[in-house]
Design a protein around this ligand. Structure first.
Ligand SMILES: [Fe+2]
Ligand SMILES: [Fe+2]
Length: 317
């Protein structure tokens, strides 16, 4: 039996315990409750009117963030495959895979219903982007189960931050409440995975520290392969919805602290080396994050000064 399978088996009781914890904490909620159906009307196909840009009350920033987040949620079949092939379909691992998938699915349902009913974005463009992104799918490469569970610890928290801050830029209390509700799911997912990795650190400290270093250093959002991702992620970073500062301060560091990464005394040579590499990487990330925030502040100041001098209102978010 491979060491990956040994570790999965050793973690099974922890998975069972955290599955119970999750089911105890998770509250039932329904996507339809979060959608303002009274705003809906037919499109031309049924005798109504097709979408036009002026119908949307969302800013370009809110649109870019909502589309990126929704398309990311849409690729759920790929993520299901990612975790099902690594965690398996048996026992507590298998139950988690099913439950997690069902919970994730309602994120895309709620967001799409909201955007279509409120005419927030072009539904034709949205559907074409979904077809395109889902057809190419998502593939994380040859991650081991341990690497996958480490990656998703960070990824779930990143998604939580991103949904939460997207809610704020919509300036729509309905969207804000929906995205806050989705964020709560993402947070519980993060807690589940984070607890599994914490247990893995106890069982196999060196191997787990290596996985942590690799996943932090190579971290990429699953949406990175979608069309327009670079442009949209720049808009998202400029608006402070998700940027390097948030990535470092609110995603990576809290989880590393929870795992007690920098104060552990149980590492061997492999683990020590991984931790050193991680520390060096984090210093660089912190510097990059500070530079980005400085440049953004300068840019915002320039835009504000220009708006002041020519009397046009500042609409940049
Ligand atoms: Fe989600
Ligand atoms: Fe999630």
């Amino acid at each position: 039996m491979s060491s990956a399978n040994h570790l999965l088996e050793a973690l099974e009781p922890v998975v069972a315990e955290n599955l119970d914890r999750h089911l105890g904490m998770a509250q039932e909620w329904h996507p339809h409750d979060y959608v303002p159906w009274s705003e809906g009307r037919d499109f031309a196909f049924l005798g109504g009117e097709d979408w036009a840009p002026e119908q949307s009350r969302l800013s370009e920033t809110a649109k870019a963030a909502m589309i990126t987040n929704l398309l990311t949620e849409d690729n759920l079949p790929s993520y299901h495959r990612e975790i099902a092939t690594r965690f398996g379909r048996d026992g507590a691992w298998g139950t988690w895979v099913g439950r997690w998938t069902a919970e994730e699915n309602r994120h895309g349902i709620a967001m799409r219903d909201y955007l279509v009913v409120t005419r927030g974005v072009d539904p034709v463009e949205l559907e074409r982007a979904r077809m395109d992104y889902m057809t190419s799918g998502y593939d994380s490469g040859d991650k081991t189960p341990l690497e996958a569970v480490t990656y998703v610890s960070f990824q779930e928290l990143a998604t939580r931050v991103s949904h939460r801050n997207t809610g704020k830029v919509t300036h729509d209390p309905v969207a804000d409440r929906m995205l806050a509700r989705i964020s709560k799911d993402e947070n519980l997912h993060m807690v589940f995975y984070r607890n599994i990795v914490a247990a893995a650190l106890e069982i196999a400290p060196d191997e787990t520290m290596r996985a942590i270093a690799d996943e932090v250093i190579g971290f990429e959002m699953p949406g990175a392969t979608m069309a327009g991702f670079r442009r949209n992620s720049m808009i998202i970073a400029k608006a402070g919805i998700y940027d390097l500062r948030l990535h470092h301060d609110d995603v990576i560091m809290p989880i590393l602290r929870h795992w007690d990464v920098f104060d552990r005394t149980d590492l061997g040579e492999v683990g020590e080396r991984a931790r050193d590499e991680l520390a060096t990487f984090l210093e660089g990330l912190d510097t990059q994050a500070s530079r980005f925030v400085e440049r953004r502040a300068e840019h915002r100041a320039r835009v504000a000064a220009r708006a002041d001098s020519d009397g046009t209102p500042d609409i940049a978010s």
